[in-house]
Design a protein. Structure first.
Length: 158
């Protein structure tokens, strides 16, 4: 998202900046979740500790746990990040592809956020497995095409 922000034209940087802020919130929430799972929960489960009072609140139980809610909140912020950052791209071709994948990923937000209340929404929310890689791949193509290393000497990237 930092790359998106630096790539965005000056008049569109507000969108990439908002996206960067939401992406940062996403990174913090998801990092807390994964760190707790890997350093607190998994070692205790491997030791056979499945019923201790200190472990129970940190078990990741889909649709029914504190850390699942944190995870859903994190991925909701990821969707917001891509939705806002999408508006930094206004061009045609690969810019349009990036924009539409990012908007599509952002529009999954209600299905992500509300699945905690209505679990079947996870099937629609699972579309992020298409939209998010689509956004990242199309961004990689865009950045590669505009890489200074690929430009001819004395010719600015398009």
């Amino acid at each position: 998202m930092v790359s998106v922000h630096y790539y965005a034209p000056e008049e569109r940087k507000i969108w990439s900046h908002i996206g960067l802020v939401f992406a940062t919130i996403y990174a913090v929430l998801i990092s807390i979740n994964y760190y707790v799972q890997l350093t607190f929960v998994v070692p205790r489960l491997l030791q056979g500790d499945t019923n201790s009072v200190s472990l129970q609140p940190f078990l990741f139980v889909p649709f029914d746990s504190f850390l699942y809610s944190v995870d859903i909140l994190g991925y909701s912020f990821m969707s917001l990040a891509t939705l806002f950052a999408a508006f930094a791209f206004t061009g045609e071709g690969i810019h349009r592809t990036v924009r539409w994948f990012m908007i599509a990923n952002g529009l999954i937000l209600p299905f992500l956020a509300l699945q905690i209340y209505y679990p079947p929404l996870i099937w629609i929310a699972a579309l992020w497995a298409i939209t998010f890689p689509g956004a990242t791949i199309s961004l990689a193509v865009l950045f590669r095409r505009n890489s200074p290393a690929r430009a001819e000497p004395g010719v600015a990237p398009a």
